[in-house]
Design a protein around this ligand. Structure first.
Ligand SMILES: [Zn+2]
Length: 370
């Protein structure tokens, strides 16, 4: 009997203390599909600039080339290398011995996103076909928590996301591909974006251009004030498959600017300021042994499991580049998202979930939470 009452006390104490101390009330996740850690940490790659995959080489050099990797990465991702490097954390700089990777063996998108959001690399999720995900995501879990009901939203370029989040079961608000944003009372700007997206260039087939995805997400953030927002960009991967290094770099640079705009907004809106954590990552890496290997990824492409991860928020230590000789896995992100918001997804999921990356949270908060 005693054993149970101690356990009971522990559980009550546990959630009480945790909820009192952490500052994160909202989470924003942004993914850059198939964007490599190599460009994140080293900037533009001379081998690729000098290859057949870069036309107008002079333009690319002018915009993104500098002598050192430190200078080059600042040219490519100025927001990451000013704001996040100074006030947040950057994982996966293999040149410093820190590794970040996907735990799934497939190294392509659906298995990658399943791993991030459900917390485990399920071997049943082994194709990019838009089949309804059998697993529960941390978003589905959060959407059922008090104060989070209908406050979780996803805006995605890739049209497979409604299946990845199993909207039929989860009821999550997922706007993906060129689907109109449908709510009863939508403002004029969202109405305009609905019209605009059908007139915008559809050069990626059913996959929406990231510019539209960003504009929808930004407007939704302002109007609906979600507690959890996920923006899933796609064009870095599309441009790499197309063998267009210039556009791959341009898109990464553009998405860094979107991140800057988001972060600026977060810091000016009282609903978000100093209580929002931003997590930025990708679904898989790409090859790096030759220019041809860069175009692709997958189980047969060496090193395409290698990824990166960035975190910035009020509960995250400002460590900059993580220098520890450790490996973080994307399967840890679901529980990391839950932990930052004061929840335990692992305990409540109906499948295995990897442990959180505890170093994303100030030590005292993590130990109080246990
Ligand atoms: Zn791809």
């Amino acid at each position: 009997m005693k054993k149970y009452s101690i356990l009971f006390f522990f559980l009550i104490f546990n959630s009480f203390v945790f909820a009192q101390n952490h500052k994160t009330q909202n989470i924003i996740v942004v993914t850059l599909d198939g964007f490599r850690w190599q460009e994140m940490y080293r900037g533009a790659d001379s081998t690729l600039i000098n290859s057949k995959y870069t036309d107008t080489k002079a333009d690319v050099r002018k915009k993104f080339w500098a002598e050192t990797p430190t200078e080059r990465r600042k040219l490519l991702m100025p927001f990451i290398w000013s704001t996040v490097a100074a006030n947040g954390q950057l994982y996966g700089d293999r040149d410093n011995g820190n590794c970040d990777e996907v735990a799934n063996v497939y190294h392509f998108s659906y298995p990658g996103y399943n791993e991030i959001f459900t917390g485990f690399p399920d071997t049943r999720v082994n194709s990019n076909n838009p089949v309804a995900n059998p697993n529960t995501s941390v978003f589905e879990f959060l959407n059922k928590q008090k104060g989070f009901e209908n406050k979780v939203a996803v805006f995605a370029s890739w049209e497979a996301f409604p299946a990845i989040f199993n909207v039929g079961r989860s009821g999550l608000n997922v706007n993906a591909g060129y689907t109109d944003f449908a709510e009863n009372h939508i403002d004029d700007r969202l109405k305009f974006l609905n019209e605009l997206q059908h007139k915008a260039p559809h050069y990626l087939g059913d996959t929406r251009i990231d510019f539209m995805t960003f504009e929808f997400g930004k407007e939704y953030l302002k109007e609906y004030k979600p507690r959890v927002l996920y923006l899933a960009f796609d064009e870095t991967d599309d441009m790499a498959h197309a063998g267009n290094y210039k556009m791959y770099l341009n898109q990464a640079h553009q998405e860094d600017a979107y991140l800057q705009e988001l972060w600026q907004y977060i810091q000016t809106d009282p609903a978000y300021k100093n209580k929002t954590t931003l997590i930025i990552t990708c679904d898989h890496g790409r090859g790096d042994l030759s220019p041809d290997a860069w175009r692709s990824h997958g189980s047969i492409i060496k090193n395409s499991e290698q990824t990166w991860l960035a975190v910035i928020g009020p509960d995250t230590p400002a460590d900059g580049i993580i220098q520890t000789q450790t490996t973080t896995y994307h399967k840890q992100l679901a529980q990391t998202i839950a932990m930052l918001l004061g929840f335990d997804f692992k305990k409540n999921a109906n499948h295995e979930v990897a442990d959180a990356i505890e170093s994303t949270m100030i030590k005292e908060l993590v130990s109080l939470g246990k």
